[in-house]
Design a protein around this ligand. Structure first.
Ligand SMILES: Cc1cc2nc3c(=O)[nH]c(=O)nc-3n(C[C@H](O)[C@H](O)[C@H](O)COP(=O)(O)OP(=O)(O)OC[C@H]3O[C@@H](n4cnc5c(N)ncnc54)[C@H](O)[C@@H]3O)c2cc1C
Ligand code: FES
Length: 277
């Protein structure tokens, strides 16, 4: 948690902007204080733009990244995110956080790790992936399954290539469809079609899953078919949020405050919660 009031945004500067796709940009941001965010993978910040508003955004960089800056991968969908996409390097934004419960990295230590990311779900997952890569000795085998709708929506293309070349890392990619004339040599089909092809031992593996809500039920069915126990699956549930700190109730699912108890939950804890998945 940073040193500021949880209600008052701290000024921060945009250090760099990288276009990822037509809709997503990667923003490198640093707090005015020059201090690192000090976050856990899977946590989020509330990003504000003066005169426009505030939106929760996952921190996509790993806490192990060098320097004090952090990264947010943002899809332009509404007021705040479109306004952010119109900003330039050196412009200012407001940051509250980091907030929420992220991935408990201690639970992952010593295990093989299976990352399953759908669409923009790769943004929070990338923080954990790079954490594991930066502390390679503390984890076992790793596999990444990543799927998006079309090749033009692929995020972090350069990084996916780097991950693919790493030893001890098994990367599988898929797209739901490939328009005629577009070059794509990978799998075509929804992300669950990758699960039967990945080699993992259910006794030693822990899975981190992030993606659109529709994805979870089908992914969980496939993981069950592979005998992965519910307790060994962590997933990120995103709900409409406002305050981000457990005060307004906007993010509640059957009494669970996703902004505080989540967004990352153990599947065993939420599988019977109505509306959670
Ligand atoms: C924990 C968490 C992490 C997130 N991480 C990311 C991230 O890393 N990157 C990212 O790009 N996004 C992320 N999001 C999603 C992002 O916060 C939302 O898309 C947010 O609404 C964007 O704010 P906005 O002002 O730009 O859009 P808004 O103006 O809020 O509009 C967003 C979309 O929602 C619709 N909408 C607006 N209000 C409502 C309503 N009351 N009911 C139904 N639909 C409505 C709009 O029509 C529009 O399509 C995250 C959300 C959460 C909760
Ligand atoms: S967002 Fe306000 S209580 Fe969770």
């Amino acid at each position: 948690m940073n040193r500021h009031s949880i209600y008052e945004p701290e000024n921060a500067k945009i250090l760099n902007i990288r276009e990822q796709t037509e809709k997503e940009k990667l923003f490198e941001i640093e707090l005015e204080s020059g201090e690192p965010l000090d976050h856990d993978p899977g946590q989020f910040v509330e990003l504000s733009i003066a005169g426009v508003g505030e939106a929760p955004i996952s921190i996509t960089s790993s806490p192990t990244k060098e320097g004090a800056s952090f990264e947010l991968c943002v899809r332009a969908v509404g007021n705040v995110t479109n306004a952010l996409h119109n900003l330039k390097i050196n412009d200012e934004v407001g940051i509250r956080g980091p907030f929420g419960t992220g991935f408990d990295v201690e639970e992952f230590k010593g295990r093989d790790v299976l990352f399953i990311g759908g669409g923009l779900g790769l943004a929070p997952l990338r923080s954990l992936i790079n954490y594991v890569i930066d502390r390679r000795d503390e984890f076992g085998k790793t596999a990444i399954l990543y799927g998006c709708r079309e090749p033009c929506e692929i995020l972090y293309e350069d990084e996916l290539d780097q991950w693919d070349e790493m030893t001890n890392m098994d990367l599988h990619q898929t797209v739901d469809r490939c328009p005629e004339g577009v070059c794509w040599e990978g799998n075509i089909g929804v992300i669950t079609t990758l699960i039967p092809h990945v080699d993992f031992d259910p006794d030693t593996t822990i899975a981190a899953v992030c993606g659109p809500p529709i994805m979870y039920r089908f992914v969980m069915e496939e993981l069950k078919n592979r005998n992965l126990p519910d307790e060994q699956v962590f997933l990120s549930l995103e709900r409409r949020m406002k305050c981000g700190v457990g005060k307004c109730g906007h993010c509640q699912i059957d009494g669970l405050y996703t902004c505080q108890e989540g967004p990352v939950f153990n599947y065993a804890d939420v599988k019977d919660v109505e509306e959670a998945l």
